[in-house]
Design a protein around this ligand. Structure first.
Ligand code: FAD
Length: 268
């Protein structure tokens, strides 16, 4: 790995300043994706700007009106254990608890995962199903506009994701079929019935990052039952294909996981 400078920012403003001062800087959160890319030589920034010293990014809280604030630097492990998240959106706390292993959950952050937008990641599907809103140092971005494709987000190069606002749904669940070694999702499906009755279905494991499944949503809006999904398929052209699984297998699995997810929240 090439040598690099390291700066521990004390505020969001200081971190933004580092990204704008003309140096080749990259933010580091938990480092669980970034450091692997650097070790593989896929990335070689001159300076890492660490967000770990910014206390406000580690805070989560209730906002009132059934909404929660999840700080960008909250780790998967913190969120899996968080009593507030577990009681308000247990399906999201369970998603966090099934990411990777204890070590990755202790370091990896929700903000790093969303900024990275890995097509096999779990948070993008869970938060897409919930219709979350992402807050940066300068604006609010609805998740439907935030995720822009494979490893793609609406973040500008000098923009920092500060936290995520999410509303308590009537019910929500995430089910994934894990890649055995890493526990990344070969396929993961999140289903949420929101407080206004709308049903959202989001899929991870595709070639375009996390996406919604409109046909599945329409069928479940009529009746939230696994029977409503009979005959519905996921287009294999949508799915990733790699050494772990071909696209047709993933597409088949996606429909199976969707039925299992719906069965678990409908009790059928
Ligand atoms: C073995 C292994 C197994 C894993 N299994 C899973 C799994 O099952 N499910 C899953 O979802 N994920 C999994 N992951 C990924 C893990 O969740 C990472 O934590 C996550 O992808 C990146 O988070 P991070 O905090 O480590 O970010 P980093 O690696 O530090 O950063 C990732 C990228 O995001 C940018 N960034 C970070 N924070 C911000 C911010 N606040 N604002 C703007 N940009 C930012 C960085 O500049 C970088 O480009 C796994 C990782 C490993 C190593």
């Amino acid at each position: 790995m090439r040598d690099f400078d390291f700066r521990r920012a004390r505020s969001v403003a200081e971190a933004v300043g580092c990204l704008r001062d003309g140096s080749d800087s990259k933010l580091i959160a938990g480092g669980q994706s970034l450091l692997a890319s650097m070790k593989l030589g896929l990335m070689a920034p001159e300076r890492l700007v660490d967000l770990g010293g910014i206390a406000e990014l580690r805070e989560g809280r209730a906002l009132g009106g059934g909404e929660l604030w999840l700080g960008a630097m909250q780790t998967h492990g913190m969120l899996a254990r968080d009593p507030l998240l577990r009681s308000t959106i247990p399906g999201l706390a369970a998603l966090a608890g099934h990411i990777a292993d204890e070590q990755v959950r202790g370091m990896g952050t929700i903000g790093g995962s969303m900024a990275n937008a890995d097509p096999a990641a779990c948070w993008p599907a869970g938060l897409l199903a919930l219709g979350a809103v992402l807050h940066t140092d300068r604006r609010e971005i609805p998740i439907d506009d935030f995720l822009t494709g494979l490893f793609g987000t609406a973040l500008e190069p000098d923009e920092i994701l500060c936290g995520i606002r999410v509303r308590k749904p009537r019910r929500m669940v995430y089910r994934k079929f894990e890649q055995a070694a890493s526990r990344f999702a070969l396929v993961g499906v999140a289903v949420a019935e929101l407080d206004d009755g709308a049903v959202r279905v989001a899929l991870t494991g595709t070639s375009q990052g996390a996406v919604r499944l409109p046909a599945f949503e329409q069928a479940l809006a009529r009746r939230l039952s696994p029977d409503s999904l009979r005959g519905l398929a996921v287009d294999e052209a949508l799915m990733s294909s790699d050494v772990h699984a071909p696209a047709d297998y993933r597409a088949h699995l996606a429909a199976v996981m969707a039925r299992r997810a719906v069965a678990s929240i409908s009790g059928e």
